[in-house]
Ligand binder design. Structure first.
Ligand SMILES: [Fe+2]
Length: 253
């Protein structure tokens, strides 16, 4: 079984379409989204329509949570809040009702899917967890493999007989060990913070027991133009155009 795990599309239709084109060429059986389908970008309604069109199951991201929970929205910085308010105006009632159905986590194909930190936390960054806390969390998880988003970074955490190892994921297939537990941080389709103008996602092959990070080029200039035209804070357009990821590190929510 080959599963595509996508995350943090953030209303970037160009990036999402490029990823779906890539997926269509790779014998993928199913696709799961880790949330943050909306926010930052210019086309939230089109993203929600396409998730339904492609039958992609999504969990709840913190940007969806902020749409549903005005107290949580207050924790956003002013730029992210403005971007989300513009996104909300672009969403139909039908799309908002769909967003309200999203769940904090999903277990499918023996794997766990959650936006922030397992087992079910939407808005905690995995990189903010202490080593010991991560060991405790992973030890308690029933699933051997958990996929998380939220950080917009590609990282793998492996627990090997109580020892935690962390590694940045590069552009090559990686064989996993059946004796270990893993948390795989899948990067971002629409607002990458550690790549170079490419949409990133992961393919999980349960037969080969491998993960394969994908880096997909797309028309980021057009996506950035749309952000500017929508009146969304320009920094989210600049991130897409940024060649070296320098701006990306400054923006964490
Ligand atoms: Fe995000």
């Amino acid at each position: 079984m080959r599963l595509a795990v996508i995350s943090d599309i953030h209303s970037n239709l160009e990036a999402f379409q490029a990823v779906m084109d890539d997926i269509s060429k790779l014998s993928i059986d199913d696709t799961v989204s880790l949330g943050d389908n909306i926010g930052y970008g210019a086309q939230p309604e089109e993203i929600i329509e396409n998730l339904k069109h492609y039958s992609i199951t999504s969990v709840l991201g913190n940007h969806e949570l902020a749409l549903l929970d005005s107290d949580y929205l207050k924790t956003f910085g002013p730029f992210a809040r403005k971007a989300l308010k513009i996104n909300k105006k672009k969403l139909s009632d039908k799309a908002l009702r769909y967003i309200a159905t999203l769940q904090p986590f999903l277990v499918r194909y023996g794997c766990r899917f959650v936006h922030g930190t397992p087992p079910d936390t939407i808005a905690r960054y995995i990189f903010n967890e202490s080593k010991q806390r991560l060991i405790n969390i992973m030890t308690r998880l029933k699933q051997k493999i958990t996929f998380v988003g939220h950080t917009h970074q590609l990282v793998i955490y492996g627990l090997d007989h109580g020892v935690l190892k962390k590694k940045k994921l590069l552009n090559c297939r990686l064989s996993l060990a059946k004796s270990m537990k893993y948390i795989i941080n899948t990067g971002s389709v629409g607002q990458p913070r550690d790549s170079y103008n490419e949409a990133t996602y992961i393919i999980w092959d349960s037969d080969r027991y491998t993960i394969e990070p994908r880096f997909v080029p797309y028309d980021y200039h057009n996506a950035a133009k749309k952000i500017k035209k929508a009146g969304i804070p320009e920094q989210y357009a600049e991130i897409l155009r940024n060649q070296k990821g320098e701006l990306n590190a400054q923006i964490t929510k």
